[in-house]
Design a protein around this ligand. Sequence first.
Ligand code: ZN
Length: 159
Amino acid sequence: MIDIAQLGWEAGTVGELDHRALKAPHVKLRSFTQGPTGDVVYAVDLRINRPNSVFLSSTEMHSFEHFLLWGFQKYMPQNFISIGLMGCQTGFYLVLFNEGRAQTIFDVYEKILNDILTAGEVPYANIAQCGNYKNHSLEMAQALAKRVLEAKSNWRQIT
Ligand SMILES: [Zn+2]
């Protein structure tokens, strides 16, 4: 059995919540699935903006996505499965294998955001590794990283 509270999440915030009540930026366990041999897949929301307020632009989402892909692969190579965009342009979906501890995920996220601030270029922003390689902005990704980092003390405040 998975003990959500022991992993550092508030049990009442797992699953779908009324989007009108959501604050942002926040980090929230969306769901988890345990297989028959005990392995667990965790789906985590990295919400950046409040729903139905301000939306991330295609360019800032894209460059931020590349950095998250690069960073979670780098810091959690045994656990990282995927990162994806929320179609509503307010955040990202993170999927991890056998790592659901809130503090561990927060710490890696913080490391990646700090890496973005000092990066010299957007990773994988080239024609061989990206499907829209001109649609990138290091400056936008850095401004976004700075904003999310500055709100770090609120990441646990979901509603
Ligand atoms: Zn791309």
